[in-house]
Design a protein around this ligand. Structure first.
Ligand code: ACO
Length: 308
């Protein structure tokens, strides 16, 4: 009966076991997992654009090869995630359609422009750093295919983060102009990186239920604090200043205090009115339309192979 199924599901979650595609699950659980994984997949794919912008202008062949590989990794992450969400019966074409018609979200962070090559380094350091903070605990997410996809993604993500840090270290050892470029990029990306973790817990409609279902393992504010604590000493090593006058160690809490995030900006960017939202979605839509012939050819090929 439905009641037995629910009990079995609750016990599986309670014992920290995984929910697998063929298991019974409450409709709300399925909907939440589909939503989160789809938004995550879209973020990886849209996230190729800000850095892709610098592939043709990377300063050396080595930097260009690294950046190409990194952007390809993001495509791979998107593909594992779309595959994970397909295990729940979602259709990838339909999800893409929702993305390019603005009906499904992707991370706010990718709506900011990459103005100089230092932005490539700062995305690696801060944006990928925030992504790791958020995603390492998702390796223990209760939905099996999601958790398993996260393991490989996190390994690659931590490589990306070191890549960014190494790039910035190199620039910080360069000319005063290069150091200024790094500081300027840090000033522009710091606050948007903190917004990646989502709204404050008190205003997060999904956190409590997602924590109870163990889809999420920590709240938005917990992970944001963890990210701040980890970034401050790294900024010191780099020799950059984080743009927040209120940032200081609080011995009683054992954490860094930090200033108020501009939640109005966050809401504006999430609702489609950030600096690059229109451009990002238009580019994705164009790439999808330009690729129509590939999908048609692949489908025709598959049909012929199965009928033979
Ligand atoms: N950008 C865009 N939308 C956001 C962001 C953000 N930074 N933060 C929260 N939201 C959205 C949520 O998706 C949710 O959307 P809904 O209208 O579909 O419900 C809404 O704002 C309310 O937020 P929450 O209740 O806090 O939502 P949730 O529990 O899903 O938590 C979070 C948001 C933390 C982003 C979670 O979904 C998550 O951990 N996702 C996996 C990681 C991920 O997607 N990373 C993408 C960027 S990293 C990268 O790709 C390199």
């Amino acid at each position: 009966s439905e009641e037995d199924l629910q009990q079995h599901f609750d016990r599986t979650i309670g014992e920290d076991q995984r929910i697998e595609p063929r298991d019974w699950m409450p409709e709300g659980y399925r909907r939440t997992v589909v939503r989160q994984i789809a938004q995550h997949a879209h973020s990886e794919i849209i996230g190729m654009q800000p850095e892709g912008n610098w592939i043709t202008r990377a300063p050396t062949l080595r930097r260009k090869a690294i950046l190409l590989a990194k952007v390809q990794d993001e495509a791979g992450h998107g593909l594992y995630l779309y595959s994970a969400v397909e295990t729940l019966g979602a259709d990838r074409g339909e999800l893409t359609d929702r993305l390019i018609t603005g009906r499904q979200k992707y991370s706010s962070i990718f709506n900011y422009p990459t103005l100089t090559f230092a932005d490539v380094g700062v995305i690696g350091w801060l944006v990928d750093g925030a992504a790791i903070c958020n995603q390492v605990p998702l390796c223990r997410s209760s939905y099996g295919p999601y958790a398993r996809a996260m393991i490989r993604i996190c390994k690659e993500e931590s490589f990306h983060q070191r890549q960014g840090f190494e790039l910035l270290m190199t620039m910080m050892k360069g000319t005063p102009g290069q150091r200024e470029m790094v500081q300027d990029a840090v000033n522009r990306w710091w606050w948007p990186s903190l917004m990646m973790f989502g709204p404050p817990d008190a205003e997060s409609p999904n956190t409590a239920q997602s924590m109870a279902w163990k889809i999420k393992r920590h709240t938005n504010d917990e992970l944001r604090q963890r990210f701040v604590d980890m970034s401050v000493p790294q900024a010191e090593v780099l020799g950059v200043t984080l743009p927040d006058d209120e940032l200081k160690w609080n011995a009683a809490r054992g954490h860094y205090d930090f200033g108020e995030i501009d939640w109005t900006e966050f809401k504006r960017v999430v609702s489609g009115d950030g600096p690059c939202n229109v451009q990002r979605v238009a580019h994705r839509r164009r790439a999808h339309e330009d690729g129509a012939w590939v999908r048609e050819a692949a489908a025709a090929h598959a049909r012929r192979n199965t009928s033979e």
